[in-house]
Ligand binder design. Structure first.
Ligand SMILES: *Cc1c(COP(=O)(O)O)cnc(C)c1O
Length: 358
């Protein structure tokens, strides 16, 4: 199968940010975007790169009413020697189709998706910011566009990719964040859509996030929706805890999003012979470990921040301070190594980076 993507170059190039300092995540977009249409009976068609622009949609489009939509997030990096690297893009495409399947959206051809990423990133190559911590955030997504109000899977979709230059997540280096353990609201339930990267999960989480922000916490830690007891994840990050020398992360149970950073961290830890366990982990076990002085480090993992150390957990008013509120040794080492691989300055024994070539 040949993959043909037409390209229409913009006639009005936008001004690029002169420095990434102070640029807020997800506020700047490049000159082009990718679009692919789907119509029942015809399948996916008309792959094209066009100037970045608003899209026209019918107000009855199903995505506005029933939220049939999914997204992905990954990064491309400019290396010091002038190459462009993507980090594990095939994992994102695989997950895109897992989310599609759950949301009754037709599968996107993985080869076409990868080729679309390659061509779009090359088209906007000059937008990839150089320098420590800077990258191009890549946002593929699918929306249901059929303009009918019946509750049924849409017969029309758009798969799109937009690009956003982003700076280092932490302007002043990595700093531990304060986390509020949520006990009123839940993010996901068994049999629900927690394992899909779908819009509703984030809309449903805003209320808890607002409450945590008011109390001075940066994110909420979600507990499971049935027992309200087992740790699931944080905002848009998976979580890891170093307890008495063993790194523990909640096992994927269908309601946790399967993070690619999570998978990379597990592989790195195994590579270093550091014991790592994927298992059920209760908030009581964490509290107990903290009391006994065995909760050594805690961190979240995700594409945007890579590693985000947690310096405090607030569980029903009790404040558990972790590693004196400072970044742990292992968290720092994982951050250095993973960002080094992504930037092409550290060895990549796993073959995680893919060079984007013309
Ligand atoms: C995207 C996301 C993550 C992290 O996944 P990565 O592939 O590591 O970026 C974790 N949890 C949720 C809910 C997410 O949406």
């Amino acid at each position: 199968m040949s993959i043909e993507i037409t390209v229409e170059h913009t006639k009005n190039k936008k001004e690029k940010p002169s420095s990434m300092d102070g640029v807020v995540f997800g506020t700047q977009f490049t000159d082009h975007m990718f679009i692919l249409d789907y119509d029942a009976g015809q399948g996916w068609h008309d792959a094209r790169i066009v100037p970045y622009q608003p899209i026209m949609m019918d107000p009855a489009a199903k995505v506005f009413h029933y939220g049939q939509t999914i997204f992905e997030g990954l990064k491309a990096y400019a290396t010091e020697d002038g190459r462009v690297l993507m980090f594990r893009p095939t994992k994102n495409i695989e997950r895109l189709n897992i989310s599609n399947e759950r949301m009754s959206i037709p599968e996107v051809d993985p080869e076409l998706a990868l080729e679309a990423l390659r061509q779009l990133i090359l088209t906007d190559r000059e937008w990839i910011p150089e320098g420590e911590g800077n990258s191009l955030y890549v946002r593929p997504f699918v929306i249901a566009t059929e303009p009918t109000l019946g509750v049924s899977p849409s017969r029309q979709y758009k798969f799109m990719i937009i690009l956003s230059p982003v700076g280092a997540y932490y302007a002043e280096g990595i700093n531990p964040v304060k986390i509020f353990v949520e006990s009123k609201y839940v993010r996901a339930v068994p049999g629900g859509v927690g394992m899909a990267k779908t819009a509703g999960n984030y809309a449903a989480g805003l209320k808890a996030q607002e409450g945590a922000t008011e109390l001075g916490y940066s994110q909420v830690l979600w507990l499971d929706g049935v027992h309200r007891k087992y740790i699931e994840e944080v905002g848009s990050m998976n979580v890891f805890f170093k307890i008495n020398g063993i790194v523990v992360t909640p096992a994927l149970n269908g309601s946790i999003l399967s993070g690619i950073t999570r998978d990379s961290i597990i592989q790195l830890l195994k590579h270093w012979d550091i014991p790592v366990e994927e298992r059920i982990l209760s908030i009581d076990e964490l509290e107990e470990a903290h009391k006994e002085g065995k909760l050594e480090e805690a961190f979240g993992t995700g594409t945007a921040a890579v590693i985000s150390p947690m310096g405090e957990l607030n569980w029903q008013g009790e404040k558990m301070i972790i590693n004196e509120g400072k970044t742990g040794e292992l968290s720092a080492k994982l951050y250095e190594t993973l960002t080094g691989i992504q930037k092409g300055v550290a060895a990549d024994p796993f073959g995680w980076t893919i060079e984007v070539k013309a």
